[in-house]
Design a protein around this ligand. Structure first.
Ligand SMILES: NC(=O)c1ccc[n+]([C@@H]2O[C@H](COP(=O)([O-])OP(=O)(O)OC[C@H]3O[C@@H](n4cnc5c(N)ncnc54)[C@H](OP(=O)(O)O)[C@@H]3O)[C@@H](O)[C@H]2O)c1
Length: 288
């Protein structure tokens, strides 16, 4: 039975909590720090940040403030493109900002040019114990073949990708299960500015269980075995987004939610990532 403590076993035997808190656009400082502390106090044991979110210092402070032991929290961060030529430096600097000796999961943020070489470096960092698991983000199936062709020896433990009812990623999910790559849903509510919480079909299921549309959407992915990392900086939402275990969607409701799939990606197409205009890619800034 699913609970806030549910985990998935990664292909290297590490347990990864199925529910985490995302902190993209959580402001560095009090906003990010208190979101992280609130989430951990309520029972989250998994935080998802990235170099480019520019809030790693605040995430580290929130973790320390929570008083929960480091080894009981699963921390993910991601390598940004400005460090693809020197992944070691990228990770060491992230660890310094987080105030941690290791992260639980280190991801390549996008298949930016040079990702294959960066991944080979991640394999070494993992062997040295600086990250317990390694993986990728925004990867399509063909990107995995490119890693293999480049001589990768570790199958990525995780692929974090955009996944919600409007972009269900059924093919990628089937492939991931067959290849033992855990699928992690980013923008699980539809993404900031594109939330699916007003969809009448989702709302009618929510009304039936007396829960919110956000809870229905998150529960749908959990029941598919997909890791979810909803972002919020509001305590009441952080708490309700983790209150997902008092109801269970029926197979019919799962199928009805599955029918909302329009393969509608809100984020940039990973195959066109290098064509994204430079002004849309602010370089990371120093943190307070
Ligand atoms: N790897 C990647 O390329 C990538 C890309 C995007 C995201 N991510 C990760 O995935 C995480 C989640 O994705 P996301 O931030 O894009 O989108 P999301 O989690 O789908 O949606 C977050 C938005 O929903 C609002 N919200 C949260 N809970 C709500 C609720 N119960 N009712 C109403 N509104 C609610 C939040 O506002 P408030 O904060 O104001 O509550 C925020 O604006 C990110 O934070 C990040 O960690 C990774």
């Amino acid at each position: 039975m699913l609970s806030i403590k549910s985990t998935v076993e990664l292909n290297n035997g590490i347990q990864m909590p199925l529910l985490g808190l995302g902190v993209f656009r959580a402001q560095s400082g009090e906003e990010a720090r208190s979101a992280v502390r609130t989430a951990i106090e309520y029972g989250y044991r998994h935080i998802d940040t990235a170099r480019i979110y520019c809030n790693e210092k605040s995430v580290g402070r929130g973790i320390r403030d929570s008083g929960v032991k480091r080894e009981d929290i699963f921390v993910t961060t991601k390598l940004w493109r400005t460090d693809y030529a020197d992944a070691r430096r990228g990770l060491i600097e992230s660890l310094e900002r987080l105030g941690l000796d290791y992260v639980d999961l280190y991801l390549l943020h996008w298949p930016f040019a040079g990702f294959e070489r960066a991944y080979l470096e991640l394999e070494k960092l993992q062997q040295e114990g600086l990250c317990r698991a390694i993986g990728v983000s925004n990867f399509k199936i063909h990107h995995f073949s490119m890693l293999q062709a480049a001589g990768a020896s570790v199958v990525p433990q995780v692929n974090q990708t955009e996944c919600h009812p409007a972009n269900a990623e059924n093919v990628l999910l089937g492939w991931s299960q067959a290849h033992k790559v855990a699928l992690e849903a980013y923008s699980p509510l539809g993404g900031q500015g594109h939330l699916l919480i007003n969809d009448p079909r989702i709302l009618s299921i929510a009304e039936h269980y007396k829960v919110s549309a956000a809870q229905v959407i998150l529960r749908w992915n959990l029941q598919r075995g997909v890791i979810v990392i909803p972002k919020s900086v509001h305590a009441e939402r952080i708490i309700s987004n983790a209150d997902l275990y008092g109801f269970e969607l029926t197979p019919e409701e799962m199928s009805a939610l599955g029918e909302l799939d329009r393969q509608e990606r809100r984020a940039w197409d990973p195959d066109r990532i290098e064509a994204r205009p430079a002004e849309l890619w602010p370089d990371p800034v120093p943190e307070d």
